[in-house]
Design a protein around this ligand. Structure first.
Ligand code: ATP
Length: 378
């Protein structure tokens, strides 16, 4: 039966040669029961360490891990009703696919008939029924990973943990297996936690995303919220492809409130978010898809460097005359060539404003708010 997973002020430190390395730093969150939650972030941010602490393969240096009401911090992995699938596929080469999938059940003493029933069910869900009597060496990488998923599936775990299970597969197989993993989630009454460094995978597959930054929680939210309401520049840059543009600006006082003055543009800003920030160097985050050639309320110049075609759209990688890197995505940029000068624009509603500390000060809906702006305190 699926259970929520609670991490309560979890730390993990590794000590070697007299130095302490903090891999996970004061992590607290509740992964909802039955959800598909993804841990995402760049290499070394603590994803695998977090997953291994949930599995019981690592013990936190401090803090507690609970499944529902049960504190499992000191429970062995075998006693957590938790299954794990790893990036490197670990199949027994001398056993058939059927024997591999059923091995865990056999060790638990599950009778043969029951074992076969569960193996057949898993094979059907993962579309490997035809492969059941083959040996692992006769399977492709994608099929082998399905067998590994099948071994986890038959155990009917409360918690299913997946550590980059697709990273060794090619793009087509990855796409297929993504669907299988989601089918698995629908069939199993389990809380699933999935680790990936690929934000596209995280955003497309999950109910919730945990974005880690150097061992700390940066944001924990459903994918749409992560995209639309990033809490920091780090989140805005990590989520979305190409990465969010970050345009420097300064907070300047104006007759009625404030303005965010950048290279060639000026965005009126509400007093309530910017009081006390006069002169601060802020940044405006604008997604490449929200910059429109010759459109938008606030325009500036970009000099094209490289143009790429991405299906029906074109991506222009360029730079402002002042040297800020800018990417623009649009279906209308096919004729752009290296060194061409473009005028691009954005609407205030599509912007995130980040403070000097990288945290989000306000979102575009506040900038675009048409209601009369309160007077600036002076
Ligand atoms: P990747 O995507 O590269 O797998 P990750 O986000 O999963 O990275 P972890 O494997 O959790 O990151 O590692 C987090 C940090 O802890 C890294 O700096 C790593 O070098 C360090 N680390 C992990 N395991 C150990 C260990 N057994 N001993 C010492 N340091 C470790």
């Amino acid at each position: 039966m699926a259970r929520p997973i609670h991490l309560d002020s979890v730390d993990k430190e590794y000590r070697s040669a007299g130095t302490v390395h903090v891999a996970v730093d004061d992590l607290s969150l509740t992964i909802p029961e039955g959800s598909f939650t993804t841990l995402v972030g760049p290499s070394g941010c603590g994803k695998t360490t977090t997953l291994r602490m949930i599995a019981g393969l690592e013990t936190p240096t401090s803090g507690r891990v609970s499944f529902g009401e049960q504190d499992v911090t000191d429970l062995s992995p075998q006693n957590r009703n938790c299954a794990m699938v790893f990036q490197s596929i670990a199949l027994y080469p001398h056993m058939s696919v059927r024997e591999n999938i059923g091995y865990g059940l056999k060790v638990q003493g599950v009778p043969r008939d029951e074992r076969n029933r569960r193996i057949d069910e898993a094979a059907e869900t993962l579309q490997i029924t035809e492969q059941l009597e083959k040996m692992p060496a006769e399977l492709s990488g994608g099929q082998q990973q399905r067998v590994a998923l099948g071994s986890a599936f038959v155990q009917d775990p409360d918690v299913l943990l997946l550590d980059e299970p697709m990273s060794d597969l090619d793009a087509k197989l990855k796409a297929e297996l993504r669907v299988e993993v989601q089918r698995l989630h629908q069939e199993l009454d389990a809380t699933m936690v999935y680790v990936t460094h690929d934000q596209t995978e995280a955003m497309t597959m999950s109910d919730h995303v945990v974005l880690l930054n150097d061992g700390r929680l940066e944001q924990f939210a459903p994918p749409g919220e992560l995209f639309d309401r990033p809490v920091s520049e780090y989140v805005a840059r990590f989520i979305g492809t190409p990465s969010t543009n970050v345009l420097p600006a300064t907070v300047e006082p104006r007759e009625e409130g404030y303005a965010l003055a950048g290279e060639g543009f000026e965005v009126p800003a509400p007093a309530e978010s910017f009081v006390g920030r006069e002169g601060e160097a802020v940044s405006l985050g604008v997604r490449p898809q929200y910059l429109s050639p010759d459109g938008g309320d606030h325009r500036f110049t970009v000099v094209a460097d490289v143009v790429e075609q991405l299906g029906t759209e074109f991506v222009v990688h360029g730079r402002t005359p002042g040297g800020t890197d800018v990417d623009v995505v649009s279906p209308t940029l096919g004729d752009v060539e290296h060194a061409d000068e473009l005028t691009v624009g954005f609407d205030a509603a599509d912007v995130y404003v980040f403070g000097e500390d990288g945290r989000t000060v306000c979102y575009g809906d506040e900038l675009a708010n048409d209601s009369p702006r309160p007077q600036r305190n002076s």
